[in-house]
Ligand binder design. Structure first.
Ligand code: FAD
Length: 362
């Protein structure tokens, strides 16, 4: 079988996972070309800012739920068998407040907040929390074993797995998606297919310009304090676009305190007032963070802002021909890029195979 030449545009979790799964199949010469690479921190690069954990908000019966379902197994395997990937197990407590019912966040989180979500038989140890285990102000809750990913380890780990399989990495900035095939980033002159994993910037990239992709701004505080568990709550008293969550990353990655979900907001700068509200909420929700003391006992590593690539209608996994070259899209995962990464990448790889190795007609 002739080798096929593929360029993956983007080195976030979507591009790297797609390149990795494709590189495990025979017959592909793969180049990952991207403006940002693991190690960079930039407002156009969502992946380093994520917590990141597995906490599905996808609705039962949708493609998104299937992608999340397909991703649990590989993440569980990493946490169990590959400590070098920077993924570990952590208990995840989900809290609901009756007063949040009907708010934007609680509606978006409906499946996650349910006592009977689709993923209760996917993740281990799912159970409803007894009343006495709930913090003040919380009316109900669930708990399950999830994973937390240290993105500072995991993204370079994905690169290293790709390198082992012969994938080539290059820095490149494309004005148009078809330039990934025409501007010589691949050592072979003829590029057979381009995989578009440009995240939020798919809204600006020529040939794609998908205006249904918008930012949902997330602000975080990274602290040295240990949360002991992951927590997520249905809402806050500080406005509908603010959120409360925390998770402690694997292998000394610190604890991420969040957050917010500010749709349409491109601001890359830290809002110091929001940072204070995030820390106050975190300590109220989990006093063990500071041993029962105030926010001045949080030991801050840094503040950060990332933009989730939210797409109306969900992640786009489709193929089309642009300027005569096959393009497979895998972008727009919003706040679920890690927890859906393997499911989305598998779906994208399937489209690559359909495009390049069509079954002979009988
Ligand atoms: P990105 O990581 O943004 O990567 C895009 C890539 O495309 C980059 O390499 C960029 O340089 C490249 N690129 C773009 N345009 C061009 C161009 N024209 N030319 C060349 N290269 C280009 N998800 C979870 O699953 N769990 C979580 O707990 C979680 N928490 C989050 C918390 C925060 C605060 C934020 C901001 C996000 C969180 N997410 C979480 C969401 C997750 O981070 C994103 O869904 C995911 O990172 C998107 O990855 P991506 O590869 O699609 O995009």
């Amino acid at each position: 079988m002739a080798q096929k030449n593929v360029v993956v545009v983007g080195a976030g979790v979507a591009g790297l996972t797609t390149a990795l799964l494709l590189s495990r199949k025979p017959g592909y010469n793969i180049v990952v070309a991207a403006k940002h690479m693991p190690g960079d921190y930039d407002i156009e690069y969502a992946s380093p800012w994520a917590g990141a954990n597995y906490m599905p908000v996808s609705i039962r019966g949708t493609d998104a739920a299937e992608w999340d379902r397909a991703t649990w197994g590989p993440l569980e395997d990493l946490a169990q068998n590959h400590p070098d990937a920077g993924v570990h197990f952590q208990e995840c407590e989900i809290y609901s407040r009756s007063k949040d019912l009907g708010t934007a966040t609680a509606t978006w989180f409906a499946e996650l907040l349910s006592p009977n979500p689709w993923f209760k038989d996917v993740v281990p140890n799912f159970r409803v929390l007894p009343r006495k285990a709930l913090p003040p102000g919380v009316d109900s809750g669930t708990v399950f074993t999830s994973v937390c990913i240290n993105t500072a380890i995991y993204l370079p780990w994905l690169v290293s797995q790709c390198l082992k399989n012969g994938v080539i990495f290059k820095r490149a900035v494309f004005k148009h998606i078809s330039h990934a095939a025409s501007q010589g980033v691949h050592p072979s002159k003829k590029v057979d297919l381009v995989i578009n994993c440009t995240g939020l910037m798919a809204c600006k990239l020529g040939g794609v310009e998908d205006k249904s992709v918008v930012p949902a701004r997330g602000q975080i505080v990274v602290v040295r304090n240990d949360a002991g568990k992951m927590i997520d709550i249905s809402g806050t008293d500080d406005g509908e676009d603010e959120a409360g969550y925390m998770m402690t990353r694997a292998a000394g990655g610190g604890t991420i305190l969040g957050g917010c979900y500010q749709k349409g907001n491109w601001d890359s700068q830290v809002d110091p007032n929001l940072a204070v509200r995030i820390m106050k909420r975190a300590v109220e929700l989990n006093p063990a963070l500071t041993g029962g003391k105030g926010i001045e006992h949080l030991d801050i590593v840094r503040h950060g802002v990332g933009l989730r690539p939210v797409r109306e209608g969900g992640t786009r996994i489709e193929k089309e021909k642009i300027d005569g070259t096959w393009v497979v899209h895998n972008y727009g995962a919003g706040g679920a890029g890690y927890q859906s990464s393997y499911g989305c990448a598998e779906a994208a790889v399937k489209l690559v195979e359909e495009a390049l190795q069509p079954r002979p007609r009988l």
